[in-house]
Design a protein. Structure first.
Length: 259
């Protein structure tokens, strides 16, 4: 069953057409990476998928229902978005931020209860942020903040998580930690993961499916073996590459060639 279906979606910023006739189906429980050159429209697509932006044309269906008809609170119970650069200027503690993930489940004046705190604690444990619980969000590092924002998304208890370059601020250890965490959520809870990522090798290693976007259009979609080909990558990124199997990770490995 498809949890997200995109049909003929087009989107522009003013007169600038950014997404052009995008159609794609996202299967429930899949781990999907969206790759493509800078400015190709990946973040814009994620924001359309989360109903933050309204397409000029085309439709998006969430579990069979047109996303336009899904109330924001209901949408937040199903989809969590981890944006690219989350700016938080307020003096909230890390725990306050993660608790915000519980908002969709609360009435207007309803306080968080024990079960909310349990879920929040669990989300912080999973993202290795529990030790930051009482720290002020503006006083932690970029990488720590990234993990806190992912913890907030987990506290929403969504069936789909959309993440925009979640590993961009992270050192290699934390990159792998976050991707392993996403894989664990995917495998153990069946959470559908849709991640925009620049590292093609990591995308190949973790994904069931890869979507390659260039100039606002889908150039290839399918298994890593199908999408990460010399031809597709050289065309999309305008560089020469060689692609091998990595014997350690048993996944495709791309090397740019300077010629
Ligand atoms: N708010 C905006 N207003 C106008 N143009 C925008 C806006 N946001 C993005 N764009 C433009 O739309 C195009 C697609 O941007 P988008 O951020 O979706 O690309 P991306 O593939 O996520 O890029 P990157 O890999 O660099 O993060 C770019 O040309 C960008 O300059």
């Amino acid at each position: 069953m498809y949890t997200l279906e995109v049909k003929d979606l087009s989107f522009s910023y003013g007169k600038k057409a950014v997404l052009k006739n995008i159609s794609l189906n996202i299967e429930k429980g899949n781990f999907i990476s969206i790759i493509g050159p800078n400015g190709s429209g990946k973040s814009t697509l994620l924001k359309n998928l989360n109903n933050l932006y309204k397409p000029d044309n085309g439709s998006i269906f969430l579990d069979g229902l047109n996303i336009k008809k899904v109330k924001p609170r209901e949408l937040a119970m199903k989809i969590a978005l981890v944006p690219q650069n989350t700016v938080i200027d307020y003096d909230f503690t890390v725990e306050d931020i993660v608790l915000m993930g519980r908002h969709p489940y609360k009435g207007r004046f309803q306080k968080e209860d024990e079960s909310d705190y349990r879920i929040v604690n669990e989300a912080m444990e999973m993202t290795n942020t529990l030790y930051l619980k009482d720290r002020i969000i503006t006083e932690i590092s970029g990488g720590e903040r990234q993990r806190v924002i992912i913890a907030k998304a987990l506290a929403q208890n969504p069936s789909i998580i959309l993440l925009d370059e979640p590993t961009s601020h992270l050192d290699i250890n934390h990159q792998i930690e976050i991707l392993n965490l996403l894989r664990k959520l995917n495998q153990e809870k069946g959470t559908t993961i849709v991640v925009v990522i620049h590292d093609i090798n990591l995308a190949s290693r973790y994904s069931d499916e890869i979507i390659l976007i260039k100039d606002g259009q889908i150039k290839a979609t399918g298994s890593p073996q199908k999408v990460i080909t010399k031809e597709n990558i050289e065309f999309a990124y305008n560089i020469n590459v060689e692609i091998d199997m990595n014997k350690y990770s048993n996944s495709l490995y791309l090397t740019p060639i300077n010629e």
